[in-house]
Design a protein around this ligand. Sequence first.
Ligand code: SF4
Ligand code: SF4
Length: 197
Amino acid sequence: MGFETPPSNWYHIAMDNSPTDIPWNRPSLWCEANTTLARTIHCHHTDMAAAIQTAGKIRMRLESIFPCMDALCRHTCPTCTDNCCQRAWVWADFKDLLFYHLAGITPPEAQLLGGRGEHCRYAGPFGCRLDRFQRPFVCSWYLCPAQTLILQNTPADRDDLVTSLQWVQAARRRLEAQFIQAVFNPGEAASYDAVKG
Ligand code: SF4
Ligand code: SF4
């Protein structure tokens, strides 16, 4: 099975992006995006059944791997000297917003970053201050080298984790497609079956 974690220089690659690539990086934009999305879902609620079901399954699948991720963090983070959250160049994307709104998760108060040179506003001295469900999926997707090393010695846990992360990644794409179809082509919404798992 391929172990598709981001490359170790993922944050450097992302740093090549312009600060304007960060969506909704001002409080007013973040507020507008969330308000508009909530209103859109409300207006099309009867056509959102498949998307809501997918979001619920994503939530359950994530919940199933959080204990493993918590355990990895307990083993590696307290002694880490190169905190990934202090140098991460990541943010919530549209799929993350969809997940929050369709799975009943309260979105973070603001986008993670406002612009170049900033650290994630949720990185605290004792780790991330967001509930795991509120973190952008990229934060769950990233397994650092120390954690990858531990997983090499626990192949069953590694396989479970990788399988689930890949499942969630695919389900997020399906979630976006179901949302778009519900809004722009509601007559066809039923043709998108809920994802299995
Ligand atoms: S996840 Fe890894 S790189 Fe990030 S703070 Fe924990 S030990 Fe350090
Ligand atoms: S949201 Fe949390 S996990 Fe993600 S980069 Fe910020 S502090 Fe780290």
